[in-house]
Design a protein around this ligand. Structure first.
Ligand SMILES: [Ca+2]
Ligand SMILES: [Ca+2]
Length: 390
């Protein structure tokens, strides 16, 4: 097989790999079919365009057509094209699948596919890792056979530190800033106090150069080691990070009971967990609220029972009234939430019942909003396309 750089392929050749006898690899596309019986309360039309097995994240690829990479938690990366069967991409690292861990986020930046995943360590420990490689299309082994895809030259560029026991709160959401830096969210691995320990990445947002090296202008760069990677501290389990058009970084995190947060992330700030939270511990112990300790950055929004996942700032043409607004999924809340952003302020705009846990939100190249349902117990897992009602 002769590998070709995907970005240089003409669209027709790319589509050949997705057509006809393309291997279904367990995921299935279906023709446009109503995703729900009753869409009466929604201001958009919902169309099911594919179904996946425990999908976690997706990102659209540059170039013609609607093409996206989608991660499945158990360790598969799939290339999806509108109207075609998803195709598995080879060369994905081994993941530690279980609990909240597995293959995580996927983003595309400057010709590289970046992935995050839960990586096994010694003695029943694990931690998030991030790597990157280039997506290659390989010519078919025989005439008429489907082309294959793989990640070429994939390298691990970063590891969450330290690896600890348990399978929760990896965080590991990825985003590139307008400054060309890679931002990685880190959960506190359900260990609480690491969020305030500057010698660990747990409970932090880290900021790296695109190749994984540490920028010299990070807030604690002069301290070296893990501390030099840190951008902000005091987080619980951040599962969504996104930049707005002005370059501000917005974030939400799965808080303790009644303490889900929507935050404006600013260089060097401490967001207070587990010292303060507007919620309380799940075992009933209170945590002092944010106003008791003004030295910690307070959330712009506190939620009860949302369990936020994924974050985009909408910039498309299909919903001009929502340009500049934030969209996120709700897991336990089984909803899509729109947040109005106004400068450095944020407030919830609307919340739409989707009937399923929403794991991922993306904006398509055409401005349609795509959501991936979380999957538990065999239901869910659908990729839905949201378009304006006619
Ligand atoms: Ca995404
Ligand atoms: Ca509290």
């Amino acid at each position: 097989m002769r590998p070709l750089i995907l970005a240089t392929l003409p669209a027709a050749l790319l589509l050949m790999g997705c057509n006809g006898a393309g291997e279904a690899v367990g995921a299935s596309n279906s023709a446009a079919a109503p995703a729900r019986q009753d869409q009466g309360g929604l201001p958009f039309a919902v169309t099911q365009v594919a179904k996946f097995d425990q999908p976690w994240a997706m990102t659209f690829l540059p170039g013609p057509g609607n093409r996206a990479l989608i991660t499945e938690k158990q360790g598969r990366l799939l290339l999806w094209s509108q109207g075609a069967q998803p195709i598995a991409v080879a060369g994905v690292p081994a993941v530690d699948f279980g609990g909240q861990g597995g293959l995580g986020d996927v983003i595309y930046h400057n010709g590289y596919v970046y992935l995050s995943w839960a990586e096994a360590g010694p003695g029943d420990t694990r931690g998030a890792a991030v790597g990157r490689g280039r997506l290659l299309a390989m010519s078919a082994a025989a005439p008429g056979a489907p082309a294959g895809y793989r990640l070429d030259g994939f390298q691990t560029i970063w590891r969450q530190q330290p690896k600890v026991g348990g399978r929760g709160h990896f965080g590991h959401r990825l985003a590139f800033g307008h400054d060309g830096k890679l931002y990685i969210s880190n959960g506190e691995r359900e260990k609480f106090t690491p969020a305030q320990d500057p010698s660990q990445t747990l409970g932090k947002i880290v900021r790296l150069n695109a190749d994984g090296s540490v920028p010299r202008d990070n807030p604690w760069a002069s301290q070296g080691g893990v501390t030099a990677q840190l951008w902000t501290t005091g987080h619980r389990n951040p599962l969504g990070i996104a930049f707005d058009a002005q370059g501000r970084l917005w974030q939400h995190e799965m808080g303790p009971k009644n303490g889900d947060e929507f935050n404006l992330i600013e260089r060097g700030k401490n967001y207070g967990y587990p010292i303060v939270s507007n919620g309380s511990h799940y075992d009933g112990r209170d945590i002092p609220d944010h106003p008791t300790r003004p030295e910690f950055a307070a959330p712009k929004i506190t939620w009860n029972g949302v369990s936020p996942a994924s974050l985009i700032i909408y910039s498309g043409k299909m919903f001009p009234q929502w340009r500049g607004d934030a969209f996120l999924g709700a897991l336990s809340g089984k909803a899509l939430i729109r947040v109005d952003l106004n400068g450095t302020n944020a407030r919830e705009g609307e919340r739409w019942d989707m009937g399923q846990r929403i794991r991922e939100v993306e904006e398509g190249p055409d401005g349609a909003i795509y959501v991936l349902e979380d999957e538990r117990g065999g239901s869910g897992g659908k990729l839905l396309r949201l378009t304006p009602r006619r």
